[in-house]
Design a protein around this ligand. Structure first.
Ligand SMILES: Cc1ncc(C[n+]2csc(CCOP(=O)(O)OP(=O)(O)O)c2C)c(N)n1
Ligand code: SF4
Ligand SMILES: [Mg+2]
Length: 309
């Protein structure tokens, strides 16, 4: 009888990092969160300990299998930054004792979804920034509790249908501005990114690698399963999020917010909305002009402020 191969990679030290993610994992096809994580990991490299709060990415490392060559710590949803503190402290103690050479030190990277970052884990994140913890925080933002069936979260956009906002008008609330909340703590770095804009993403990840202290990334993560679109549209939807102005690409550094891409000729937001089943009720059986106009007006107001600044 032939030996069965495991579905997941297990400590495949010689495989390039670009081959590690997305292969043999139980993630959905076209996952925008995985796309961003993959691109980031290609730059960060394997001297990385990921600290992950419960969510879709947790499925990447199911003991004893992992696609990563560095470390992985799994935490409860509210406590990934506290887990990162413990790992950083342990590394620093080993450095001080001389048992960990400088060139073998590891970078500590929190990876959580929006449910943790915008909600349950915000207090622990705030504390970690207050303490100046030397870590990177990547939030892949699929705008809902994806792993448990896309319930709405504080990151869900206005009017989106989720499994807990099912009425004729979708989610009545508005997406929380996590970028500003994080920037208000005055950490070393905050940026928004998206996998569909890999050059912008790469410049930001390279920049933050030369810094110390809290460094924060929010990646909009188009989610075919939760947003209801064909997986082959992930990149197109990601690019449209940027082109229409729905997802501003920006960074906070040295007390300043700088937009790294300013879409001056913005197509209407409905070009982005109508590709996604979660907004289908805005177009069928008849157009909800008021809701579409409100979403457009908020995007326009954002950019009017940026361009007038
Ligand atoms: C305190 C707590 N409540 C609920 C859960 C169940 N749970 C596991 S993953 C998850 C969704 C997390 O959402 P998010 O952080 O956005 O990550 P995603 O699933 O979208 O990747 C939930 C609610 C949990 N693990 N812990
Ligand atoms: S539910 Fe969405 S975020 Fe989660 S693995 Fe699937 S595509 Fe990715
Ligand atoms: Mg989520």
């Amino acid at each position: 009888m032939s030996e069965e191969k495991p579905l997941h990679f297990h400590n495949m030290k010689d495989m390039p990092s670009s081959h590690l993610l997305g292969t043999g994992t139980p993630m959905c096809a076209g996952c925008g969160g995985l796309e961003a994580l993959h691109e980031i990991y290609d730059i960060l490299g394997s001297r990385t300990v990921f600290v992950n709060a419960a969510g879709c990415m947790t499925l990447l490392s199911v003991y004893p299998f992992t696609p990563f060559r560095g470390g992985w710590l799994y935490t409860a949803m509210a406590s990934a930054p506290a887990g990162a503190q413990g790992i950083r402290d342990a590394l620093d103690i080993q450095r001080a004792k001389g048992t960990l050479p400088a060139d073998e030190d590891l970078q500590v990277v929190v990876v959580t979804g929006d449910g943790s970052a915008y909600g349950m884990g915000l207090s622990a994140t705030s504390g970690a920034m207050d303490r100046g913890l030397d870590f990177i925080y990547l939030c892949y933002d699929n705008e809902g509790y994806g792993n448990t069936g896309q319930q709405y979260s504080p990151a869900t956009p206005h009017a989106a249908l989720t499994s807990t906002s099912t009425g004729a008008h979708g989610y009545p609330g508005f997406k929380k501005d996590l970028f500003s909340i994080w920037a208000a703590h005055k950490p070393a770095y905050v940026a928004t990114i998206i996998g569909a804009e890999p050059l912008d993403l790469a410049k930001k990840v390279e920049k933050l690698q030369s810094m110390k202290g809290p460094r924060m990334l929010i990646a909009l993560a188009p989610c075919p399963t939760g947003w209801d679109f064909d997986p082959q549209l992930t990149v197109e939807i990601g690019r449209l999020a940027v082109k229409t102005g729905v997802w501003p690409l920006k960074e906070y550094v040295d007390g300043q917010v700088v937009h790294t891409k300013v879409p001056r000729q913005r197509p209407p937001v409905e070009d982005y909305l109508k590709l996604q089943g979660r907004f289908k009720h805005l177009f069928e059986p008849q157009r909800d002009e008021a809701a579409i106009a409100e979403i457009q007006a908020r995007v326009d107001a954002y950019w009017a402020e940026v361009e007038g600044a």
